[in-house]
Design a binder for this molecule. Structure first.
Ligand SMILES: Nc1ncnc2c1ncn2[C@@H]1O[C@H](COP(=O)(O)OP(=O)(O)OP(=O)(O)O)[C@@H](O)[C@H]1O
Ligand SMILES: [Mg+2]
Length: 265
């Protein structure tokens, strides 16, 4: 099997940027990569450098009402008393809806399930959860999942297939507190390996400041990425950061990838 990586962290720390850069590097290595945007406000396509025209055409799976009805037997928002299939067929969805970013990298945008939050017992959640289970347990691509600060869509059985939870933190205690919460949520569902990358590092002291705190909660740091003004330019231009960032940033992400490889099955 190949690496199944979940990327998580506080809002704005750089989860999407890191996921996109890792996807680019894994793709360049020649392995098929599936990047899953599981953030409720998806913008991974932008970070991957998908042109606007193609981005505008993306419909998150959670909004494909006909598909959800076809697969689960119940239309989202309709009578919730109805029974829906808990194991809808999902095997064809990556091929049908995965957007080809490069010849090796494909993107799947899940979208969010509004009603009821993460625990929502509804057909759209049933489909997404089953699909995530499929991409984690049954498929052979390198999987990179850009998640929000939680473990939504990861049921117990699925989480066991996740090799590593990479928590992105930035210098500052707020993102470290979120990391602690993520670690505890992760261990609740059965993900034991939780590591951190410190992003937006300006000076060594930034790294030192969070190292102790992270060590105390049992999250080892496996990489650090400098604060790079080119990221902001990339964001402004709608380009992939990979095309614009400095050599030092690329080295840092490459180094991170090598460390991540150590956790691959
Ligand atoms: N190393 C870096 N140096 C400078 N800016 C960065 C760096 N990493 C990310 N950024 C910038 O920080 C902002 C947030 O990054 P990103 O969208 O990747 O974070 P996120 O954790 O996915 O956010 P959200 O929680 O909103 O999904 C973006 O404008 C991005 O360009
Ligand atoms: Mg994001």
């Amino acid at each position: 099997m190949t690496l199944k990586l979940a990327v998580s962290g506080k809002g704005g720390v750089g989860k999407t940027t890191v996921s996109a850069m890792l996807a680019g590097l894994y793709g360049k290595r020649g392995k098929p990569v599936l990047v899953v945007d599981a953030d409720p406000s998806p913008n991974l396509a932008l970070a991957l450098g998908v042109p606007k025209q193609a981005r505008d055409k993306i419909t998150p799976l959670s909004q494909m009402l006909d598909l959800i009805e076809e697969r689960t037997g119940v239309r989202p928002g309709s009578s919730y008393g109805k029974m829906f299939k808990l194991n809808p067929e999902v095997e064809d969805l990556v091929d049908k809806f995965g957007l080809r970013v490069t010849d090796k990298v494909r993107l799947l945008v899940l979208g969010s399930v509004e009603a009821g939050g993460s625990g929502c017992f509804c057909p759209e959640n049933a489909l997404l959860r089953r699909l995530v289970k499929h991409v984690v347990l049954d498929r052979d691509e390198v999987l990179i999942m850009d998640m929000e600060a939680g473990v939504e869509h990861l049921g117990r059985g699925t989480a066991e297939g996740v090799d590593l939870m990479l928590v992105v933190v930035e210098p500052g205690l707020r993102s470290v507190e979120t990391a602690a919460r993520i670690k505890s949520l992760a261990s609740d569902v059965g993900i034991s390996k939780v590591v951190a990358v410190v992003n937006k590092v300006r000076v060594d002291a930034d790294l030192d400041a969070v190292r102790n705190e992270l060590e105390q909660i049992g999250i080892p740091i496996i990489g650090s990425i400098p604060q790079d003004p080119a990221m902001v330019s990339a964001d402004l231009k709608g380009s992939s950061p990979t095309d614009l960032v400095s050599a030092a940033t690329m080295d840092a992400v490459r180094h991170l990838m090598e460390r991540i490889d150590g956790y691959a099955p």
